[in-house]
Each structure stands twice: as structure tokens, then as C-alpha cells.
Design a protein around this ligand. Structure first.
Ligand code: 1CP
Length: 366
């Protein structure tokens, strides 16, 4: 039995028992298609709502024990093939010195967002990532111990454009017109230096025990192809390239996933951007995604989350079609975006089971 102190050191981790997710990320053979869900640790689970009740969201993010418990909850219910650490992309703007609060019924809110390029001077020019985000690293280390090698643990970050858009917009938005106004009015002040912090943050997560990394460019879709090429793609590439180079120096190899939501036009480019896996939203047809990425990467996604509102037999049918579209090799099943709070956990279970059952059968027949 380990003492409490040993759980905080990123060494002597339990041996990984199910590496299906990691093999699929690298395009290797598997016995079944691995599956996990974005927002699998979330409000659709009653035990999640109970754990979170009455507690501030970012206080929860700062507690390694709470993050560990929330990360493990979905694994107790469903045979997911990966876990994602409970945290949020907005801890990075906080580390840069911005105030971010989670307002009930409204979502993340920046009381004092960036309004003009002068405001960039408010951002901390040289973030001490270990000091500001060390609590995430501690959560990862503790969780990697407590997960007992059941499945790999995924670390994550928001991409520069998505983070910048929140920092300007001040919260969620339908039009993102404040953030886009900034891009059109101040293109020269739109290349704000988030990449260094993000690279260091991802490397810190790996050092702490993360076994894969996902970069969320959740607001890619509101950019057109031209702005995507200017303000998103170069940073996505730079991040993966720099993280990979650094890891290589120490002989480490951690698969990276890029999820640029609604970025149809960027699919070819994304498949040549140093990521092993490209995550897809549900508006992309699996077969055409395969054609356009030409076997260069593994694919992840992309069932419409709302398909989980259907009865279980229809979920199973939808999964079957999705598997036939993607094929079973170099594929990680997931939703095209996160689970919603009103979803029935039983249907999430049906989704996971359908992926495993259908894919096992399909792989045996090959
Ligand atoms: O109190 C609560 O529980 C609030 C709901 C919630 C949760 C469960 C928020 C607020 N964040 C999270 C956790 C979270 N966020 C995780 C870990 C859990 C898991 O995935 O299993 C992850 C990976 C994120 C990442 C995240 N946060 C993204 C990228 C993914 C995506 O959805 O595109 C984004 C955009 C955010 C911002 C955010 N945090 C929370 C909300 C409601 C939002 C979206 C706000 C908006 O734009 O309207």
C-alpha cells in the first residue's frame, strides 16, 4: 500500500492494462475500437452534480483530490478506453493574470475582458507555469496513480485562438463578434504570445503523468479558411512541433490530438500538422474525412451528441454506420462535441457498448 505522499510523485505509476486508445492513436491494430466522450466527467452524471454542489468551479479545478474523483467517476460506470483529466481550458487565461469566474446559469465570465490592444499589457509577460498551474500537474499525478492503469489519462489545453477569443469576448458567445472585430481591426495585435505558455503547460502535464494530449480549438469554426490559416493553424502546428521535439529529447512519445471544431476547410492542413490524431465534429462525413486526410492520421469522433437522445437500438445503428464510415483501424470513437447535462447516462453506456460490440465483430471478420 502506498503512503499518501507517494501519490504526489510522478513515478512508480501502475502498469497500463488497456492501451487500446494509445494503439489506435498510432494507427496500430486493436481488438476493438477505443471510445471515450468529450465531457465524460460532467453534469449528466448525478454523482458529478453531487460532488460539485455548492462548490466554486475553479476552486474544484484547484483541488487535485476533487479533480481526481471527478475524472474517475465516469470510469466506474462505463468501460471507457481513456480518461480526460477534469480541469478547464480557462485556467490558462487565469495563469496569464486574467480574472475568470464560473457564473451559474451563464458559464465562464471574464469581468474585465481585453478591449483594445493596450490591454495586452495587463497579461503577465513571463508566466511561471509550475507556480500558476502546478495544481493541474498535481491533479494529473494523483489521478494517474489512482486510475491504477485501467486506461490512459489524457491531458489537454485550449488552443491560442480559442483562448484569445474568450479573453476578448469575456465569455461564451454565439457570434464571437467582439473577438472577430479584434482580428479585423488589429491583425498585428492578434498574434498574442500564448504558444510559449501552452507548450510549457503541455510538457508539464506529460511530466506529471499525462499519456496523451488534446488541443481544443473549439472556436475554429467561426474563422473562415483565410483567418484560420492566419490565426489558428500556425499556432496549432507550432505547439505540436515544439512539444514533440522536446519530448523526443527525453525519448518520450505521447500521442497528440487536435480538435478544431467546425474547421472543415482545414482538414487537409490539420492532417499534416504533427498531430497523430485529428478530432472531428459531427458535421463531417466519416468517409470524406478519411479521403481528405489520406491515411496520414488517426481520426477521432464524431457522432452527433444529440443522437444520444434517441432510443438505444437507434444509437446502436448510428454507431454501426459511423464505424463502417471510418473503418476500425486508426480510429477512436467519440462524440462530435461534449455531452450535454440533460443526457441519460444509460444512453452513454449504450453508446460505449455499441462501439465495443460492433467493432469487435467487424475486426474479427477482416
Ligand atoms: O460546473 C460545471 O460543472 C460546469 C460545466 C463545465 C465542466 C464539466 C465547465 C464549464 N468545464 C467543465 C470541465 C471541462 N472543460 C473539461 C473536463 C471534463 C471532461 O471533458 O470530461 C474539459 C476537457 C473542458 C474543456 C473546455 N472548457 C472547452 C473545450 C471543449 C469544448 O467544449 O469545446 C471549452 C470551450 C471550455 C469552456 C467552458 N467551460 C465550462 C463551460 C460551460 C464552457 C463553455 C462556455 C461557452 O463557450 O459557452
Amino acid at each position: 500500500k502506498m503512503s499518501k505522499d507517494e501519490f504526489i510523485l510522478p513515478k512508480n505509476f501502475p502498469k497500463l492494462k488497456n492501451d487500446t486508445f494509445l494503439r489506435a492513436a498510432r494507427g496500430e491494430e486493436t481488438e476493438h475500437v477505443p471510445v471515450w466522450c468529450m465531457r465524460q466527467a460532467g453534469r449528466y452524471l448525478p454523482e458529478f452534480r453531487e460532488s460539485r454542489a455548492g462548490k466554486d468551479f475553479f476552486d474544484t479545478c484547484r483541488s487535485p483530490e476533487a479533480c481526481c474523483e471527478l475524472t474517475l467517476q465516469p470510469l466506474r460506470r462505463f468501460p471507457f478506453d481513456a480518461a480526460i483529466i477534469f480541469s478547464d481550458i480557462l485556467v490558462v487565461p487565469q495563469a496569464l493574470g486574467m480574472d475568470v469566474q464560473m457564473v451559474a446559469g451563464k458559464g465562464p465570465t471574464f469581468p474585465d475582458p481585453l478591449k483594445e490592444p493596450e490591454d495586452l499589457q495587463r497579461l503577465c509577460p513571463k508566466v511561471d507555469v509550475e507556480k500558476e498551474l502546478g495544481y493541474v500537474f498535481k491533479a494529473i499525478t494523483l489521478t494517474r496513480h489512482k486510475i491504477e492503469g485501467k486506461v490512459p489519462l489524457i491531458g489537454f489545453t485550449g488552443a491560442p485562438w480559442t483562448l484569445m477569443s474568450y479573453m476578448i469576448e469575456g465569455g461564451g458567445s454565439n457570434t464571437h463578434s467582439k473577438a472577430k472585430r479584434w482580428l479585423y481591426r488589429h491583425p498585428e495585435a492578434s498574434h498574442i504570445m500564448l504558444t510559449d505558455v501552452i507548450v510549457e503547460y503541455l510538457l508539464g502535464q506529460v511530466a506529471a503523468g499525462a499519456q496523451a494530449l488534446q488541443v481544443f480549438e473549439s472556436h475554429a469554426g467561426i474563422l473562415g479558411p483565410v483567418q484560420f490559416k492566419d490565426f489558428s493553424l500556425p499556432y496549432l502546428r507550432d505547439i505540436a512541433k515544439r512539444v514533440k521535439e522536446k519530448l523526443k529529447e527525453t525519448g518520450q512519445d505521447v500521442p497528440m490530438i487536435v480538435f478544431a471544431k467546425d474547421a472543415h476547410y482545414g482538414l487537409e492542413d490539420l492532417s499534416q500538422s504533427h498531430y497523430e490524431v485529428v478530432g472531428l465534429d459531427w458535421t463531417i462525413d466519416p468517409r470524406s474525412a478519411r479521403e481528405r486526410t489520406g491515411g496520414k492520421v488517426s481520426l477521432q469522433g464524431n457522432m452527433d451528441p444529440c443522437a444520444l437522445y434517441a432510443p438505444k437500438d437507434r444509437i446502436s445503428e448510428t454507431v454501426q454506420n459511423m464505424l463502417e464510415g471510418f473503418g476500425t483501424r486508426g480510429y477512436i470513437a467519440n462524440l462530435g462535441h461534449g455531452l450535454y447535462p440533460d443526457m441519460d447516462p444509460e444512453n452513454v453506456g449504450a453508446f460505449v457498448e455499441a462501439v465495443h460490440q460492433h467493432s469487435k465483430r467487424m475486426i474479427k471478420q477482416i
